[in-house]
Design a protein around this ligand. Structure first.
Ligand SMILES: C[S@@+](CC[C@H](N)C(=O)[O-])C[C@H]1O[C@@H](n2cnc3c(N)ncnc32)[C@H](O)[C@@H]1O
Length: 319
C-alpha cells in the first residue's frame, strides 16, 4: 500500500497554486519590477512573464540551488534574473541587482513537489536516504537529524508543541529519546515509524499520519520558516513602491496568522493601546488590504491538485 502511494506521488506533476488568482493582482503597466521570492519550479514566474507589461523585469529568488535549473527552462527568461538567496534578504538582493524597489512581490511559501520527491531532502515519511528537512538543500548547518539525535526531551517537546500543535508532544519526545539510546535515527522513514508506533492510538480516527505534526514542526524549526517570513514581510513593504502589491500564499495556520496580523497592523498604523486618549506612536498606515478574507483555491483546483487544499492567498497594497 505504501509502495503504491509512493509510486503515485512520483508521477505527480507540479502545478502552481492559485495561479489565476495571483496573476489577477499583478499590475500590468510598463517598466515595472516584479519579484517572485519563492521561484521553485517557476510556475508562477512563467505566467508573470507572459502577463507583465513591456519593459518590466522579473527577479526570481530561491534559496535552493536545485531550483536554478528550472530557471533555465523559462520561456522569455531574458526579461528575468535568478538569485540564489533567502527571501528575508529581499532588500539587499534587490539592491545588488541595481533595482532598489519593486511593484509586485509574490511569496508562495513552503516546499515544492521536486523537494518532496527527492529523498535527499528527507521530507516525507518514506525517505530512507536522509533526515535533513533543509529546504535550501545544503548539507551543512542544522538538520532534523541533528535535532532528534541531540536535543533534550524538553526542547523536542517544545518544538513539537509550538510548531506542530502536537498534543502528545511529550510522549513523542520521550519515544525519540528511547529510540536514539539504541541507535541514531538517520532517516525520515525511521523517525516516522518510531512516532507512528507510539502515537498511532491517538490518531485512530484522524485522517493524517501520526507523524504529520512532528514532521511539520521539525521542518518549520530547521528552516526558521516563521522567523524568515516575519523578516521578509517587513523588508518587502520597505522595498515596495507606492501602489505596489505584496501577495503571500501560506499553507498552515502559523504562517497565515503571521501574514494576517502583519497586514492588519500595517493597515491600522497606530499601535497605541486603545485606552490612550490620543496617538503617541505616530505610526501611519502603510498597507491597504486587498483581500478582506483569504482567497482559497476553487473546488476545481482542489480536485485537480489536492495538495493545494490548505493554501490561502492574502494580498495587500502599499499606500
Ligand atoms: C511552494 S514552492 C514555490 C513554487 C513556485 N511558486 C512555482 O510555481 O513553481 C516554495 C519554494 O520556496 C523556496 N523557499 C522556501 N523558503 C525560502 C526562503 N526563506 N528563501 C528563499 N526561498 C525559499 C523553496 O526552496 C521552494 O522552492
Amino acid at each position: 500500500m505504501k509502495q503504491e502511494l509512493k509510486k503515485e506521488k512520483k508521477e505527480e506533476k507540479h502545478q502552481a497554486v492559485l495561479l489565476k488568482e495571483v496573476v489577477s493582482f499583478l499590475p500590468t503597466e510598463e517598466n515595472l519590477v516584479v519579484v517572485d521570492a519563492t521561484f521553485g519550479e517557476g510556475g508562477h514566474s512563467q505566467k508573470i512573464l507572459e502577463k507583465m507589461g513591456r519593459g518590466s523585469f522579473l527577479l526570481a529568488i530561491d534559496w535552493d540551488a536545485a531550483a536554478q535549473k528550472n530557471f533555465e527552462k523559462l520561456k522569455e527568461k531574458k526579461r528575468a534574473s535568478f538569485v540564489l538567496g533567502n527571501f528575508k534578504e529581499i532588500k539587499e538582493i534587490l539592491r545588488k541587482q541595481s533595482r532598489g524597489t519593486a511593484n509586485f512581490i509574490l511569496a508562495d511559501l513552503g516546499w515544492r513537489l521536486e523537494q518532496i520527491k527527492n529523498e535527499d531532502y528527507g521530507l516525507t515519511f518514506f525517505s530512507e536516504k536522509s533526515l535533513s528537512m533543509r529546504l535550501d538543500g545544503k548539507k551543512e548547518g542544522l538538520t532534523a537529524e541533528k535535532i532528534v539525535n541531540t536535543f533534550s526531551a524538553e526542547k523536542l517537546a517544545d518544538i513539537f508543541r509550538i510548531y506542530g500543535g502536537e498534543k502528545q508532544a511529550w510522549l513523542a519526545a520521550q519515544t525519540i529519546l528511547s529510540a536514539r539510546e539504541k541507535r541514531l535515527i538517520t532517516s525520515a522513514k525511521e523517525l516516522a515509524e518510531i512516532i507512528e508506533k507510539s502515537l498511532a492510538r491517538f490518531y485512530r480516527r484522524a485522517r493524517i499520519h501520526p507523524a504529520t505534526k512532528v514532521f511539520q514542526a521539525l521542518r518549520i524549526f530547521v528552516n526558521k520558516e516563521l522567523e524568515n517570513l516575519e523578516i521578509f514581510l517587513e523588508k518587502a513593504v520597505e522595498v515596495l513602491e507606492k501602489g505596489g502589491r505584496l501577495a503571500v500564499i501560506t499553507f498552515h495556520s502559523g504562517e497565515d496568522r503571521i501574514v494576517k496580523n502583519f497586514f492588519r497592523a500595517n493597515a491600522r498604523g497606530c499601535i497605541c493601546p486603545p485606552e490612550f486618549p490620543e496617538c503617541v506612536c505616530g505610526r501611519r498606515p502603510s498597507l491597504k488590504i486587498l483581500t478582506r478574507k483569504p482567497v482559497f483555491p476553487s473546488a476545481k483546483e482542489m480536485n485537480e491538485n489536492p495538495r493545494c487544499r490548505s493554501a490561502r492567498l492574502r494580498v495587500a497594497e502599499k499606500i
